[in-house]
Design a binder for this molecule. Sequence first.
Ligand code: SAH
Length: 218
Amino acid sequence: MNIRHAGIGMTSQRTRGRMIERLRSQGVTDEVVLAAMNSVPRHIFVDEALSTRAYDDVSLPIGHAQTISQPYIVARMIEVLRNGGQLSRVLEIGTGCGYQAAVLGQVAREVYSVERIMALHKRAALALKELQARNVVLSHADGTMGRPERGPFDGIIMAAAATHVPQALLEQLAVGGRMVLPLGAQEQVLTLIERDAGGYRETRLEAVKFVPILMGKA
Ligand code: SAH
């Protein structure tokens, strides 16, 4: 642990414990997800000035007009993705600060996460290095293209809202795989897409609010 995190370090485990209890009361039941969120220090992913709020159930600014998702949404998306099973290869679009990628790294064998904003990509890489999350591979690219050379993926998570599911991501979803993403413009709905041998099935889960997906690199 470096100096910057030393102060909060002593209390963060207890604060994290309270976050886990809150997630339970919000209906998260997957013990694997709860254990993963209990082990990843969320405060190292936010600005020092905001670190006392890191475990509140809110999204927080991470610069470049982007946010770290609120704990409930991170937990819910990963719970839906896992569906009680084991994940081997997961793709995340929208690394942001890298927090969700770190949690995914605890529940999946390999995680590939793509971010279009270079500065965020670099900062996330530093945080994940500090956590020694070696099974999380970051890249700086437009994530709507996915990572065809690494697929197919048995789980795909989009952390930014789209009006339609990018075709490349549908193609990179393994048969038997699950994709979770916010769909819609003004009104967004967290949506699950399951692929089986016969095709794709879409299930609408709950209303959410995400930043929009943008095209190209920045
Ligand atoms: N996963 C983050 C939340 C990130 S917010 C967390 O753990 O809290 C959404 C992120 O998606 C932003 O960083 C934004 O820059 C990124 N994004 C938006 N459009 C994208 C695209 N086409 N490709 C890759 N990343 C994108």
